[in-house]
Design a protein around this ligand. Sequence first.
Ligand code: NAD
Length: 651
Amino acid sequence: MRSFVHTANPARVVFGAGTIDGLRAEVDRLGARRVLVLSGPSQAAAVDRARASLGPLAVAFFDGAAMHTPVEVTERALALVREYAVDGLVSIGGGSVTGLGKALAIRTGLPQVAVPTTYAGSEVTPVVGETADGVKTTSSGPAVLPRTVVYDVELTVGLPVGLSVTSGVNAMAHAVEALYAAGADPVTDGMAIESITRIAAALPRIAADPADLDARAEALTGAWLAGICLGTVGMGVHHKLCHTLGGSFGLPHSATHTVVLPHAMAYNAGQAPDAMRRIAAAIGGGPDAPAAVHDLVARLGGPLSLRELGRGRFTEADIDRAAGIAAAQPYPNPREITTAGIAGLLRDAWAGTRPPGAPAIPDFSGLTREVIASFAAAPDPRVRQLLTDLIRRLHEFANHNDLTQAEWEHAIDFLTRTGQISGPARQEFVLLSDTLGVSSMVDLLTNSRTPDTTPSAVLGPFYVAGPPAREQGADIAGDRPGTPLWTDVRITDLAGDPVAGSTVDVWQSDEDGFYDVQLPEQAGPVLRARFTADADGRVTFWSILPSEYPIPADGPVGQLLGATGRHPFRAPHLHFMISAPGHRRLVTQLFVAGGAYLDSDTVFGVKEDLIVDFERRQGPAPGGREVHGEWRSLRYTFRIAGSADGELAEQ
Ligand code: NAD
């Protein structure tokens, strides 16, 4: 058990695309009437949008924010605050601009709205670092914390890939250190893991397509969560070291974080095994967390060594001095901080060597791009889109899971056997798709966008085209034994009017759970038929009560179910395929209420609206049929939709 104190920092967060256009409302909420808009040189377009939203509330603008918040820059902005009698601050930009807003707020007490454009996370921390005479010091307090944060995903789309990667890893560093922080608690743990997961997944997508708004939203959400971690618990050796390298040697902030993180993690790994295990799982690049971060950065083309960042500001000869500064003040860290230990860490970071662990993972991005480019000339744009996305995700899957040759050969063998066992009477690929939930997903995407119609359900592997036509009231059970079932269904349109002449195909299993195509002794179709609805849209017939049944489990799909501890059973049901000219075809199933496996149907096909009471009856039966003992009665009304284009009408 661990005891903890968790203090949440108050802030209003507005997240979305285009949210900067609502800036005026956010400033109004704070009661500010004369706002100074802070930015850096690259935020001109965002500042224009802020100006349009704020109108006369924006009385002054300052675009000179600089990295590490130099006090002389703060003084210049402070002069504007006084000159224009400013009563509120809006900062639009990365951590440097947010830092300037905070530095002004700590001097003036003015309320701030932060509009971040990187993944630095500063906007949700009550801390500001300032640089004076080459020394960076931090201060904190409630006045430092922006009152409102407006996350506008659109503003991050222009962040170049290189900066996106380093800024994303900078955010990840907050989450990593939160996991082994002395003051960690379940809330920060949860946010940290969520943050690492989102950022690790989003960065490769951003590298592949910087305009991918969903990936940008994922990264920005991850950055927000990481920022909360940073603002809630104390950071360890990684942040202290980056603080030293930035403040005393002028190294660029996010790039330094990116280079140092795997080495700081390796420094602490032995003393924080649980955190490392969780981080590795969240990144998904193998079991060794420091190596996984290194590989992620390498794959994304990010900086790996202080040597490449130093550019004369920091050289190998500075390592001992930097280690001395970083180790001078004691602070909580899983592993004891020693000057020699930090110097070793810095030497590894200088060289950019991969932290020891699993063997290096090569950079696959070129291969993925090459394969995707090979589809560029595909004449059908839909084919191009589907193949491009499939390859991107398939490569990412292999990479993310560090797929082994043996695993891939096993998968190929599995698919080969799935094909080999398939034939006219057995469709193992449909079973595979069903048991993985893909059939249900495609069914929902294709057929369930009209909530007023009867829900659809998967076709399943046992439909046989062109079933025998039968008369109303016929018995389709042949000589199969079972509890007699009288089915009386109506087909109506959305207005409730009968759809006379609808073609209704039905098929079902027998009492033992077998379809006719599975019964070697069965000659010809049984328990399957085609009916034509009468003038009232009705179809009636006799059959037998279907039972639950296992899908064929003697093939590769059965092995998959067995290997994952899943049962192979389907809940008892009757299949219907209803077609009528001018209407969308409905493929569905009706499930027997109270039947087995309704809550764990192995193909994920059960829908609440399709569970029907197959009423228990005794005595006189429809059509004058003599039934001894119990029989069942199924009544149901199917509602089918008109087809606008006829595309899915009767086949
Ligand atoms: P930054 O704000 O300096 O931005 C880096 C570069 O990216 C700049 O050139 C900037 O103009 C450009 N840029 C920003 N957004 C852009 C966009 N959307 N499109 C194109 N270009 C864009 O760097 P940063 O990494 O965001 O922040 C670093 C600073 O923040 C450091 O001073 C660091 O100490 C501070 N920081 C403080 C905290 C805290 O809690 N106090 C937390 C994190 C970072």
